[in-house]
Write a protein that binds this ligand. Structure first.
Ligand code: ADP
Ligand code: MG
Length: 376
């Protein structure tokens, strides 16, 4: 499969092969996706890899290197509720594939992934998208990247039952090395924005705080409800349509702050895209990353001490900009750093954690990488 496919096309079914899809990290644009807003993620080098072939038995079978037992299910008949646990992401993708009008046969799948699970780097979307591109090639069709992302999202929302937006799957499908995926979640239009860190002597560190996720699901639902209420009170289809002036029309302080985060975050995404697509020094986005964090901390109230401490320490260690990334209440922090200064940033975060008796975070370089495809 090559990049940029948009039309459904046919090719000869593939007998067997190996496909991959990456995890993702969001550079900026947090909690904007369910408000019809803008996000700016990129695909990571960490990926799920799947070896797939038509089934040798009567039913489908999936094995994961990260799970003890294989799971059997029917790719041809499974519907939501039939396959619990991790294999639901896989069976769900088969189901959503059929729901989209693409008949498939039973399959044998072997999965392996180095995307950290539950860190907010979208190990789930990596799994779904890897299975999605494999199913497309096995069936001999090219549904296009956006349609495959929608199929994968449907698996997660309706089969697994996780009410997430569409950013993760779109980033995993549309990612490109050296680029960000600028996504308008209102109509799923995608623009690739150059983000060649190494050419500018920069590195983007991903700091997995390994903070315990507490109440994340309930808080996510509460933020969604607050945003819907704000849009309703303003008489707008979604907060995407609100302006800064509209915020004064919201009486409740909490609702106004929630809305202010979404409105200003959308502005920050557009400002980052403007800077990077007009050839500015990527260092210039640092203040926007910092402002995004402050907004998540004070207005949206989705940060936790592990995250705030990592952001503060990264800045003190010389980061050009730093913010929490992902849904919040734990997960990862990103820090834009001089390539020559990453050691100082990591040391600052590690010593801030050690001083509090916290487990050291896991840190790796987030390099914008290619989206899903076939390996062999
Ligand atoms: P995230 O996507 O942020 O990593 P999620 O809770 O959305 O976290 O998805 C994590 C779930 O995805 C795991 O609990 C597991 O069910 C499934 N998963 C991810 N990677 C694998 C894998 N390599 N093998 C089996 N299941 C996986
Ligand atoms: Mg996920």
């Amino acid at each position: 499969m090559t990049h940029g496919l948009t039309d459904t096309a046919a090719h000869d079914p593939v007998a067997t092969g190996v496909w991959f899809a990456p995890g993702r990290v969001n550079l900026i644009g947090e909690h904007t996706d369910y408000n019809d807003g803008f996000v700016l993620p990129f695909a990571l080098p960490q990926r799920a890899v799947v070896t797939a072939a038509p089934a040798t038995g009567a039913r489908s079978r999936v094995r994961s290197a990260q799970e003890a037992e294989p799971v059997e299910f029917s790719a041809v008949t499974a519907t939501p509720g039939d396959v619990p646990g991790w294999a639901g992401y896989v069976a769900g993708t088969c189901w959503a594939f059929r729901e989209a009008g693409h008949p498939i046969g039973e399959v044998d799948l072997e999965l392996d992934s180095d995307v950290p699970v539950g860190a907010g780097l979208s190990s789930s979307a990596a799994l779904e998208c890897a299975v999605g591109v494999a199913l497309a090639d096995l069936a001999g069709i090219e549904p296009g990247r956006t349609e495959l992302a929608r199929i994968a999202r449907r698996a997660e929302n309706e089969f697994v039952g996780a009410p997430t937006g569409g950013m993760d799957q779109m980033a995993s499908m549309h990612g490109r090395a050296g680029h960000l995926v600028f996504l308008d979640t209102r109509d799923d239009t995608v623009e690739l924005v150059p983000f060649d860190l190494h050419a500018h002597g920069l590195e983007l560190l991903v700091i997995d705080t390994r903070a315990p996720h507490a109440h994340a699901d309930g808080e996510y639902g509460a933020r969604r409800a607050d945003c819907e209420r704000a849009a309703r009170e303003l008489g707008l289809p979604a907060l995407r349509d609100a302006t800064t002036a509209d915020l004064d029309r919201l009486d409740d302080d909490r609702i106004r702050r929630r809305a202010r985060h979404v409105v200003t975050e959308n502005h920050r995404v557009l400002a980052v895209v403007e800077l990077l697509s007009t050839g500015a020094d990527p260092r210039d986005i640092g203040p926007l990353l910092d402002a995004s964090h402050t907004s998540m901390r004070d207005d949206f109230e989705i940060t936790v001490p592990h995250v705030d401490v990592a952001v503060e320490a990264a800045r003190e260690g010389g980061a050009v900009g730093a913010r929490m990334t992902g849904g919040g209440f734990g997960g990862c922090v990103i820090a834009l750093c001089e390539a020559s200064g990453t050691g100082r940033v990591v040391a600052a975060v590690e010593s801030a954690y050690a001083a509090r008796g916290w487990t050291a975070p896991a840190v790796f370089a987030g390099t914008p990488s290619d989206g899903a495809g076939r390996l062999s």
